[in-house]
Ligand binder design. Structure first.
Ligand code: ADP
Length: 224
């Protein structure tokens, strides 16, 4: 099972990503976690990205893409499944991540969208702030992260819908209900994924992607 997750901050990507990974026995590749580990360990990469994380800004695409490529290569060696959490966050990352996955023969089966409104995710992030003290869980930074999500991340969702791999769930409910809905949907897809040769999906994906990127260039009007 190969899943990538798209959701606003606070919708539960980390929580649900870990639950999906445990259910299917596949690696959970969480870009935010990987970056925070670097910061905690004060690696050179960590020192370079700390300010972006503190301000709730996206770290440069190439930093994340290099990390993700390495993690995907490891995921391939471990059997080929993955849950990708935190990428793509913009159009360039969507394209690059797709190309990395295609090169490795492991494009996503499902793009999982966790849908939650701004008021709810803000409430959750402020509650988390009281417990975890994450540097980016302050009211100002949360507002900026949400605005960034709506501006550059959410528009990617329709490309996955066009490719026919989008699964959207209502993430405004309790964790266990969301988990159950996600796992029911993903388990239900397994026979289909098993019976479809992965190679049969690639040409379709590529054509749709090229079309989506061609039509939805920066200068073009946003689509539906
Ligand atoms: P959240 O979704 O709650 O913002 P994450 O843990 O996914 O939390 O991300 C935390 C921070 O890590 C982001 O605000 C950003 O600075 C950085 N980050 C994570 N993933 C990416 C990415 N794909 N591209 C750029 N920056 C990223």
């Amino acid at each position: 099972m190969r899943v990538l997750m798209i959701a606003p901050p606070g919708a539960g990507k980390g929580t649900q990503g870990a639950l999906i990974a445990a259910h299917f026995g596949i690696p959970h590749i969480a870009t935010g976690e990987l970056l925070r580990d670097h910061v905690t360990q004060r690696t050179s990469l960590g020192l370079a990205v700390q300010e972006y994380l503190d301000r709730g800004e996206l770290v440069p695409d190439q930093v994340v893409l290099d990390m993700v490529r390495e993690a995907m290569v490891a995921a391939k060696a471990a059997g080929g499944g993955y849950v990708l959490d935190g990428i793509p966050r913009n159009m360039q990352q969507a394209r690059a991540a797709y190309l990395i996955a295609r090169e490795l023969g492991m494009t996503a089966d499902v793009a999982l969208h966790l849908d939650a409104d701004d008021a709810e995710v803000t409430r959750r992030l402020l509650a988390r702030a009281a417990l975890e003290h994450r540097s980016d869980d302050t009211a100002d930074v949360i507002a900026g992260r949400l605005a960034l999500y709506h501006r550059v991340t959410a528009p990617i969702i329709c490309w996955y819908r066009d490719r026919g791999i989008l699964v959207s769930v209502d993430a405004m409910r309790p964790v266990q209900q969301i988990r159950r809905e996600i796992l029911t949907a993903l388990d239900g897809m397994r026979p289909l994924l098993d019976s479809e040769a992965a190679s049969a999906r690639h040409p379709g994906d590529l054509a749709t992607l090229a079309e989506a990127f061609g039509v939805t260039g920066p200068a073009a009007a946003p689509r539906g």
